[in-house]
Design a binder for this molecule. Structure first.
Ligand SMILES: [Zn+2]
Length: 120
């Protein structure tokens, strides 16, 4: 999608809405692989020069999310990518799979989640 100021704001607005629903603190959003490369290396390590390959990347430890606008073809993929990354933030212990995908679907259809509490 063509990234302009309007689209940036729109993405941030969606991130705000879903962050509220998922009871997470709103992450900082990066929109281009250039912005990823401009971040300090210790923050983006492991998913830095490879970030451009993905639709989105979560840097869980730093409450930072990369939404790769260049790779995102349409509105639907954008929504999916935002929710996917924010589900990672809300369910940090969960890896990809059936349960993860179900949560993404529920998130997209408007489900809310209570705050994540670490198990002791
Ligand atoms: Zn993922």
């Amino acid at each position: 999608m063509r990234l302009d100021e309007d689209l940036r704001l729109k993405v941030l607005e969606k991130v705000g809405i879903y962050s509220n629903r998922f009871s997470i603190s709103e992450p900082k959003i990066l929109f281009t692989s250039k912005e990823v490369l401009e971040m300090p290396k210790e923050i983006t390590q492991g998913r830095r020069t490879s970030a451009y390959k993905y639709l989105g990347v979560s840097y869980l430890q730093h409450n930072l999310v990369f939404i790769n606008m260049r790779r995102i073809p349409d509105e639907k993929t954008l929504e999916n990518t935002i929710v996917h990354e924010l589900i990672h933030m809300r369910f940090p212990y969960l890896s990809h799979g059936k349960r993860f995908n179900k949560l993404v679907r529920q998130g997209i259809s408007g489900k809310t989640f209570t705050q994540y509490k670490k198990r002791k």
